[in-house]
Design a protein around this ligand. Structure first.
Ligand code: T46
Length: 137
């Protein structure tokens, strides 16, 4: 394993099936998902004018899917560099390591599914943007 810090990346899952019967995709812990999965959550019915997120995680690792609809995710590193991802296929996940500020926009029918490496812990969230950027200095 490399000592370089981890960075966000897209993870492509196999699509099993075909147009006649539909498709199935699967993600297993420590295989397609690079950690043990301790929590799964999903968001839905998000109005399309709303921006969610506005936080980073200290150490939580996640793979985020748009299982329906389109989700645009901006990830900002502590250095201030911003990368934008558009999730628009149910077989494509976004791997997000700890330390990235996120802003998310949803199409009206979007369902975000998140596979997470830790149980919920509000103490682990960074919800103050200035504090987040300061930690990068
Ligand atoms: C993330 C993005 C993709 C819980 O009680 N338990 C949980 O496991 C989660 C995830 C949230 N909550 C509570 C905390 C807040 O009172 O649900 C409320 C909404 O959470 P938040 O404002 O953080 O929602 P989003 O959509 O901005 O962020 C969520 C996750 O919190 C976050 O980890 O990366 O989805």
């Amino acid at each position: 394993m490399s000592d370089l810090p981890e960075t966000p990346r897209l993870i492509e899952l196999k699509k099993i099936g075909g147009p006649a019967l539909g498709y199935l995709s699967v993600a297993e812990a420590e295989k397609e998902v690079p950690f043990e999965i301790r929590r799964v959550y999903w968001t839905y019915h998000t109005p399309d004018e709303v921006e969610r997120g506005h936080h980073a995680h200290q150490r939580l690792r996640q793979v985020i899917f748009a299982v329906s609809g389109i989700i645009r995710i901006e990830l900002e590193a502590r250095s201030g560099v911003v990368e934008e991802f558009s999730l628009d296929r149910p077989n494509t996940g976004l791997y997000v390591p700890g330390g990235y500020w996120r802003r998310m926009h949803f199409s009206h029918n979007a369902v975000l599914l998140c596979l997470a490496s830790e149980e919920y812990d509000e103490e682990e969230y960074i919800r103050d943007y200035e504090a987040f950027r300061k930690e990068g200095e």
